[in-house]
Design a protein around this ligand. Structure first.
Ligand SMILES: Cc1cc2nc3c(=O)[nH]c(=O)nc-3n(C[C@H](O)[C@H](O)[C@H](O)COP(=O)(O)OP(=O)(O)OC[C@H]3O[C@@H](n4cnc5c(N)ncnc54)[C@H](O)[C@@H]3O)c2cc1C
Ligand SMILES: NC(=O)c1ccc[n+]([C@@H]2O[C@H](COP(=O)([O-])OP(=O)(O)OC[C@H]3O[C@@H](n4cnc5c(N)ncnc54)[C@H](OP(=O)(O)O)[C@@H]3O)[C@@H](O)[C@H]2O)c1
Ligand SMILES: Cc1cc2nc3c(=O)[nH]c(=O)nc-3n(C[C@H](O)[C@H](O)[C@H](O)COP(=O)(O)O)c2cc1C
Length: 579
């Protein structure tokens, strides 16, 4: 896809440089050969990525591919295995990194990040660099990791090749701006205009189904895995036949949801203007109803929407909220409310549909860890989806995508999906390596896939699963399958933490600690350790339990235990798929 890119006005260039760059970008992106680019020596560039769930890695690979078509010698490096001593010799460094946890680096970037922030980091006067920071404005520390890399490299004397670009969820347009600009700035101007290899055009859109061209997947199965009770977790099986989409265990599936039509109709009924058609970014014209069902986020509020809404509304409450500009007050208001609450409780004077949708964010696809092995289910992909339902401010509400999958898909409405590759969450290459899997709740998803794969490939390594959920009677997801694997010996050990079957909570990390000596033996024997599920509490507690096991059973000091865990991550023996 070609984007109309212009160097932003606040970018650090004079008018002449800006004109040259804009001319270069226009020509390069249209596939024409830019002037003044010629037989200069090829430019070495290192593309360094830090990625938790594969987005930054995918963009880094794409950039490397593009660079290979130009007068560059690109090297693609994962922060996890990057030789930090090489940093002092790098000339051109392009960093793409996400932010995870509470403003933390992705696991693979932890060690490099900590070292770079420390006094041990060298001066880097020889280095030119630029950072593409991936993030999500719904988290308080937006793009913190990318910001920290950017700031620290400048402190160490490196020269900023191009300003950092911060990505709010959807990377397509910002990636196009950033990559085009850094490529243009790295390409050495020269006398002759006759060198073929210098032309660098963005990749044409990949053929086949992808994130930008999702596959409408027929639903083969949609079944609640829980018994009667509070929780609802659906096994969703989709057909990929005819799509050419392929996946590996450890990958996620991206799903584009549709918003509920009844809520959209209620929104439209309460708007002050006639619901005319709206023009989408793609140039397509659709009805307001269709736009609100398929293209815009009606399920979450944020500060930016509230500010824009307030400007159009006479609501004294919103006015005081915006004037106070207090983060906690914004968060408190947004919690449990959707667009419908603004429409009904704080009517605003939008003149037409275009103006109304212009304040909304694009509806984003959701990711789900794939719960099947393609070897066990050829032509299919399975998901294990926790259905989000709650009642706030007198209204029954649901998570947009989980309720879409549970309630609204069917023969007429097929979910549009794409495969989101995640090389950072793979089974060990050696089939004889043991694996330890910790996956409470929907965290079981990728481990069902792992077990299917280990069985299908007759992997010799042992498999140990820690699973947990509130009640054994109703919440033992995939009970028959797991019991079957245990009887067959595919599952060597199965530890079950039923949190609410007794007075005291029992969680997966309690069982890990209980089995600490054996778990330590498995790790000493080379086992890989995997965690999937809740990021905010469970994954942190499991991490603490692992540290504690290293201290108690490995007889390590707190510092040594931390170094041991960091080394496990570096060796890709401690992998997490948490959300
Ligand atoms: C790499 C990755 C893998 C994932 N794998 C899985 C998986 O295998 N299975 C799975 O189920 N999910 C998985 N998820 C999570 C999934 O992507 C979605 O975030 C999840 O399904 C919720 O999306 P939704 O559209 O239903 O909810 P949304 O419309 O996004 O709404 C969720 C929001 O609703 C609000 N909310 C929820 N409950 C309440 C409440 N009680 N009171 C007030 N507000 C509330 C909160 O603001 C919450 O953030 C994964 C996420 C990632 C990033
Ligand atoms: N981003 C989103 O919108 C979204 C949507 C859906 C799910 N999620 C995340 O995905 C997670 C998985 O959801 P789920 O419903 O399948 O399972 P879950 O809520 O993680 O619950 C699974 C089990 O983990 C237990 N648990 C609670 N706190 C724990 C802790 N600190 N350490 C270890 N175990 C703990 C629960 O016990 P108790 O409940 O008895 O305490 C329950 O037995 C959710 O927690 C949520 O964070 C996110
Ligand atoms: C559990 C979780 C925590 C996150 N924390 C942050 C955060 O603190 N700040 C931020 O800007 N983005 C945060 N994000 C958003 C990611 O940075 C964003 O989705 C990014 O595109 C992921 O890239 P990756 O797949 O390369 O890891 C978080 C995402 C998840 C799932």
């Amino acid at each position: 896809m070609v984007f109309p890119i212009q160097i932003p006005d606040d970018a650090p260039f004079n008018a002449e440089q800006r004109a040259w760059l804009n001319d270069f970008l226009t020509k390069a992106l249209s596939g024409a050969k830019p002037d003044n680019i010629a037989a200069a020596p090829a430019v070495p560039v290192t593309v360094l990525y830090g990625s938790q769930t594969g987005t930054a890695e995918g963009l880094a690979k794409k950039l490397t591919k593009t660079l290979k078509k130009g007068n560059f010698i690109p090297e693609l490096r994962d922060m996890a295995s990057y030789d930090r001593a090489a940093l002092a010799d790098e000339k051109n460094l392009l960093i793409i990194t996400s932010t995870y946890g509470d403003g933390e680096p992705p696991d693979s970037a932890m060690e490099l990040h900590a070292w770079l922030m420390s006094d041990a980091a060298p001066r880097l006067e020889q280095l030119s660099y630029s950072v593409l920071a991936l993030g999500d404005t719904s988290y308080p520390d937006f793009c913190k990791c990318g910001i920290e890399f950017d700031t620290r490299l400048a402190e160490l004397g490196a020269t900023k090749l191009y300003q950092r670009v911060d990505v709010d969820v959807d990377p397509d347009a910002p990636y196009a701006e950033w990559s085009s600009a850094v490529i243009a700035l790295l390409a050495p101007p020269a006398d002759s205009a006759s060198h073929e290899s210098a032309t660098v055009a963005e990749d044409a859109e990949e053929a086949g189904f992808s994130k930008s061209n999702p596959f409408p997947a027929p639903v083969l199965e949609n079944r609640n895995l829980n018994g009667p009770g509070a929780k609802e977790t659906h096994q969703i099986a989709l057909s990929l036949v005819g799509s050419d989409l392929a996946y590996e265990v450890g990958d996620a599936l991206g799903v584009y949801p549709l918003n509920p039509a009844d809520v959209v109709d209620e929104i439209i009924a309460n708007l002050p203007f006639k619901p005319s058609a709206v023009m989408l970014g793609s140039g397509e014209e659709v009805s307001l109803r269709q736009a609100l069902i398929q293209h815009y986020d009606i399920g979450s509020l944020n500060k930016s929407i509230l500010q824009k809404w307030q400007a159009k509304s006479g609501s004294p409450f919103l006015r005081s909220l915006v004037l106070a500009d207090d983060k906690k007050a914004y968060d408190d208001f947004c919690w449990g409310r959707d667009l419908i609450d603004l429409v009904i409780d704080h009517p605003a004077d939008f003149t037409d549909a275009e103006e109304f949708v212009s304040i909304l964010k694009k509806l984003q696809p959701r990711l789900y860890s794939i719960a099947s092995s393609p070897l066990a289910h050829p032509g299919e992909v399975h998901l294990c989806v926790g259905i989000v339902r709650y009642t706030t401010f007198g209204r029954d509400r649901g998570g947009i995508c989980s309720t879409f999958l549970a309630d609204r898909v069917g023969p007429e409405i097929q979910p549009r999906v794409f495969v989101h590759q995640n090389n950072a969450f793979r089974l060990p290459a050696e089939k004889k390596t043991d694996v330890i899997m910790v996956g409470p709740g929907t965290g079981i998803a990728p481990f069902r896939a792992f077990l299917e794969e280990r069985k299908a490939t007759a992997a010799a390594g042992r498999n140990w699963l820690f699973f947990g959920n509130p009640h054994s009677a109703t919440d033992f997801l995939y009970q028959d399958e797991l019991s079957g694997y245990f009887s067959e010996g595919v599952l060597t050990k199965l530890d079950l933490a039923w949190s609410r079957d007794q007075k005291e909570k029992i969680y997966v990390q309690n069982l890990m600690l209980h089995r600490g000596a054996e778990l330590w033996d498995w790790l000493q024997n080379g086992a890989a350790f995997y965690v999937c599920g809740d990021a905010s509490r469970m994954a942190k507690d499991v991490d603490q339990a692992l540290l504690s096991i290293a201290e108690t059973h490995g007889k390590l000091s707190a510092e040594q235990a931390a170094a041991y865990i960091a080394q496990l991550k570096k060796e890709k023996r401690y992998l997490r798929d948490v959300y």
